[in-house]
Design a protein around this ligand. Sequence first.
Ligand code: IFM
Length: 449
Amino acid sequence: MTRGFPAGFRWGTATAAYQIEGSTTADGRGPSIWDTFTARSGLATGDPACDHYRRYREDVRLLSELGVPYYRFSVAWSRVMPDGRTVEPRGLAFYDRLVDTLLDHGITPMVTLYHWDLPEALQAEGGWPNRALADLFADYALTVHKVLGDRVRQWTTINEPFCAAFIGYGNGDHAPGIRNEGAALVAGHNLLLAHGKATQALRSEGGDQEVSIVLNFAPVLTDVDDASHHEAARKFDFLHNRFFLDPLLGRGYPPELLADLAHVGTLEPAIADGDLEIIAQPLDVLGVNYYAPARAVPLDDPETDSNCPLPGLRGMDVQPPRGELTSLGWEQRPECFTELLLWLHEHCGGLPLVIAENGAAFEDEVVEGRVHDEKRVRYFAEHLAAVHAAIERGADVRGYMAWSLLDNFEWAMGYTQRFGLVHVDFETQERVLKDSALFYADVVARNGL
Ligand code: IFM
């Protein structure tokens, strides 16, 4: 039986600048927080990653061979404005060439303006807890739009503000590696404000561009059907799935969550008059990233910190995943993807959804020039079937971007986790199409499973 997707469904692959580009000092690029964080922590860095800055033509040719018509990539603020403010034309010229090369191959570019690589110069001014960054981000968005806006129609402001704010400034596992939960909440607000101001700036240019933000969601599961387990799930759900979404929908921050976190900090002084209206600019689509669910369990002691990115969210803990796991230890639950999309459809009042990332890391091996990554093929098949089921049941899903085109730099995990459809040998930079790439190309060609 063929499960067909709607006509015009957007099939794509996704990447992010710091994870693939390398060349971190080329053409005037300034350091980003990921350069300084990895150097300071003794972690693998984003250089050379996939050396994409120099090999982008080859990578676009690969995309074209695969026949996948959309490509989502991010622009590095620190390439375009090394100090966060002053334009470096050579940095902008790279993205200009990339867009032209994509279009020459019949591939539609989708631009994400911020995928976590803040210019270090702006971190030195306080980073995202500094409200001034929202206006600087809008200036940056406009600068990029003035160069690419004649050829790029799909714009995403920010990728996964949850990670940028809470993992970057909360538990400090990501750059800039700060542990200050009150600051993390404010960073979250300022990221949303930056999104709102950038959306206004992009729309001030006219044209028919489509503006979105990309959020990462984790449906929360519990083992026991009782009030304390539901309350634990509610807490984590509001942090993970509602803190960013609800203000975007014009509903403000969930008051229950702000009450849960009152002892780590308050957002009140950070929210100026008019901020919530700016944040709630109508979205054309919502970008949805889904990888795995989370599991929540109640904690009796009201004083014990949790093990979530904001440990001050007490009374609950995140439980270890179970069942079939990816190499990152993430649980494989395609059925949660269907439920998530149906919930979003309802919660967001029918707002069109685009899957901006979905995929899995597994240990891959090149054998005689092939990578038989059956587990990833199965992951994609099951998760695409889950998206299809959500569409059949009424969710307005307009596209799907596989994460990721290439094996790449997986942030604090360095090069240990391979998410690519294309295997990358980080010594030689040789690219090999995995079986999952061939599988995905076939799905795209048939517009169905
Ligand atoms: O690699 C990341 C990406 O940068 C953001 N979303 C999740 C992916 C897998 O961890």
